[in-house]
Design a protein around this ligand. Structure first.
Ligand code: PLP
Length: 453
């Protein structure tokens, strides 16, 4: 077999024989006889080896902002590979795409975030945040400020530091011990943790949980508070109005850094370049990946506030951190072109003013379905909560497993790739999705819910 000439049944056999996919039940994968082989994609649609189309309601894994099959991105990678496929930033060196991309990202972030540190994945970006936040306080003569506060059910990646910072208990249960100096607090998940509670009171309770943790740890020991603007993998948890400005105010009150993990929310997902723009806050550290290159090549970055850079520059010492592929010229060239496409096609504004509101309208109708407890979205990220009793947040439970898995499988059967998080269906389609495709997305979830009834 070759890349141009393969046999799907044989690929599935080889998949079981040789490949361990990520975040999977490996026994199940073996029982299934291997992965579904996805062979090609165009626009917002992926195709499997049988040629079956699936509308990609997940944009890959929350990342393919500009859609699939972009010749411009392939071309820029081809050209850059011939010019300078790879070089590093270890030897007091940099390449044109690396520097130009850092400049562009700084401009997009705005404010005092004038610098960028490159990595390859979201997890590595989060590792960089942890090291940078702690090192910053060492440089400021406060090495005891080394605790990071994150939220329950947050996802910050799968490296040992990312999994430690994340608040996913099932991840903490495997492969520990984890990185010390990390504390978790309540997530601002009103549907689950404050159902029926006045939103303002719930918001204050979620903010108070952070303040209590800061006081419990001791403000002089807290390096940073970190959070995803909207918790993605945790189930598209949209915080209540006013949450982020209040968290920002807490960080300023106690002098700790504010870090936001924009790996999912960045690059237009919420209808602004970054989630922190949507929520009107000014973070000190910003991780980003996914939509930065629309997933065409792996690349991630951390935006760093000027005062942190000043601290780094106040000593003649290496910050001994970075990766072989930090600032990879080809990945950087692809990311630059990806940003150019997002700008040229107005995808951020379109998400804010057109497709995002159109999706929200469809979801408002879907919310009337007897199995739907809540249907929520910001821009082009959303979730549908499945409930056993309309008007409550009561779940199905039962031995078939969470209702989310049943509805997800029905969606996939009917040509829509979405993800189940417990008893909810989550989605984040490419930013190029059309109105007709949004109708298909919402309509397929409705059809799956009808069948599951
Ligand atoms: N941070 C957030 C908010 C994420 O959603 C993810 C991945 O989904 C990560 C970090 C980790 O990114 P990666 O899988 O590229 O390491």
């Amino acid at each position: 077999m070759t890349l141009k000439n393969y046999d799907i049944a044989e690929l599935r056999r080889l998949d079981v024989a040789h490949h361990l996919p990520c975040h999977q039940d490996h026994k199940l994968m073996q029982d299934l006889g291997g992965a579904r082989i996805i062979t090609r994609a165009q626009g917002s649609t992926i195709f499997d080896g049988e040629g079956t189309p699936l509308l990609d309601g997940m944009a890959g894994l929350w990342c393919v902002q500009v859609g699939y099959g972009r010749e411009e991105l392939a071309k820029v990678a081809y050209d850059q590979m011939l010019e300078l496929a790879y070089y590093n930033t270890f030897f007091k060196t940099a390449s044109p795409p690396t520097v130009l991309l850092a400049t562009k990202i700084s401009q997009l972030m705005g404010g005092n975030l004038s610098h960028v540190f490159f990595n390859n994945s979201g997890s590595e970006a989060v590792d960089t945040i942890i090291r940078l936040a702690r090192y910053y306080w060492q440089l400021k003569g406060q090495p005891e400020r080394n605790v990071l506060i994150a939220r329950n059910n947050a996802y910050h990646g799968s490296t040992i530091a990312g999994a430690s910072l994340g608040g996913m208990s099932h991840m903490h249960a495997q492969g520990g011990p984890f990185v010390p100096g990390i504390e978790h607090v309540m997530q601002p998940y009103q549907f689950n943790e404050g159902f029926g509670e006045d939103p303002e009171a719930f918001c204050q309770r979620a903010v108070d949980a952070i303040e209590s943790k800061i006081l419990e740890v001791g403000p002089e020991k807290v390096a940073a508070v970190i959070g995803e603007p909207i918790q993605g993998a945790g189930g598209v948890i949209i915080p209540p109005e006013g949450y982020w400005p209040k968290v920002e105010a807490l960080c300023r009150k106690y002098g700790c850094l504010l870090a936001v993990d924009e790996v999912i929310c960045g690059y237009g997902r919420l209808g602004q370049w970054f989630g922190f723009h949507h929520y009107g806050i000014k973070p000190d550290l910003v991780s980003m990946a996914k939509g930065l290159s629309s997933g065409y090549l792996p690349i991630s970055a951390v935006g760093v506030a000027d005062f942190i850079v000043e601290a780094l520059r106040s000593v003649s010492d290496d910050f001994v951190h970075g990766f072989t592929y930090s600032g990879h010229p080809t990945a950087a060239a692809v990311a630059l072109k990806n940003i150019e496409i997002i700008e040229r096609e107005g995808l951020v504004e379109r998400t804010r003013t057109d497709t995002g509101p159109y999706l929200a309208k469809g979801l408002a109708e879907l919310a009337k379905h007897p199995l739907v407890g809540e249907a929520r979205s910001v821009g082009l990220i959303g979730a549908v909560e499945i409930v056993a009793e309309k008007g409550t947040n009561k779940r199905f439970g039962g031995k078939e497993g969470p209702a989310g898995l049943i509805v997800r499988d029905l969606c996939i059967k009917h040509g829509l790739m979405v993800r189940a998080v417990r008893d909810s269906i989550v989605f984040s389609p490419p930013l190029v999705i059309t109105h007709a495709e949004i109708d298909q997305l919402v309509g397929t979830i409705r059809k799956a819910l009808d069948e599951a009834l």
